[in-house]
Design a protein around this ligand. Structure first.
Ligand code: R5P
Length: 230
């Protein structure tokens, strides 16, 4: 479930600004979505100009784009740590908690973003909010969808199975699983909800990213504002 789109120019400024922080020799987590795509394209140009990096893709889409623009890739399964991850978000709260997974890529994104020494979020101002309140994407094992639905309701949420737009039936993730978009209203305690959802059997990964982001680069008409937790 995608957030209503912000300005592409703002996304591009944020993506390019974050790509500029990558150093020679870095292993770089390549996020998914329209904002992270600008960072991948900027990295491709930097590689053309001589930057030596290896990318770790968070989805088929990120991998295909990296190949297209010439960012050399390594496998997620082959790396133990990542120098910097650059990734988008569907919502960013005042204290840099995130909702991710609008493109159903949050399971691999969480592995990559959490493994990064520096996790940089790229966003446009439409993603900023005081309190997270969008539905939380929850990737589930297909056979666990009914039991997970019940558990989400027990935690006060309203789950909706994500359906595909140009295919009949549900969205199937890059990992072969399904996604429940779970509405909780305003999320005043994201850390405890994150723990509750992570412990439900059958949940592969959810889209609440709490305490992971080191910085958020927000693109504006006149430049980029960098937000940190400090
Ligand atoms: O699953 C998708 C990801 O979490 C994206 O990073 C997120 O949906 C933001 O995408 P966009 O930059 O296109 O708004």
């Amino acid at each position: 479930m995608k957030a209503p789109g912000g300005s592409d120019a703002a996304k591009r400024r944020a993506g390019e600004h974050a790509a500029d922080t990558v150093s020679d020799g870095d292993v770089v987590g390549l996020g998914t979505g329209s904002t992270a795509a600008h960072a991948i394209r900027a990295l491709g140009r930097a590689v053309d100009a001589g930057l030596d990096v290896r990318g770790v893709a968070t989805s088929y889409a990120a991998r295909d784009l990296a190949r297209e623009v010439g960012v050399p890739l390594t496998d997620l399964a082959a790396v133990e740590r990542i120098d910097v991850a650059i990734d988008g978000a569907d919502q960013v709260s005042d204290d840099l908690a995130l909702i991710k997974g609008g493109g159903a890529a949050h399971a691999r994104e969480k592995v990559v973003d959490a493994a990064a020494d520096r996790f940089v979020v790229v966003a446009d101002p439409s993603k900023e909010t005081a309190t997270l309140d969008r539905p939380v994407p929850v990737e589930v094992l297909p056979d666990a969808r009914a039991t997970v639905r019940r558990a989400v309701r027990d935690h006060g949420g309203t789950p909706t199975l994500r359906t595909a737009e140009r295919k009949d039936g549900p969205v199937v993730t890059d990992n072969g699983n399904l996604v429940l978009d779970c509405a909780f209203g305003p999320i005043t305690a994201p850390e405890s909800l994150a723990t509750d959802l992570a412990t439900v059997p059958g949940v592969v990964a959810h889209g609440l990213f709490v305490g992971l982001a080191d910085a958020v680069h927000v693109g504006h008409a006149d430049g980029v504002r960098v937000r940190t937790t400090d």
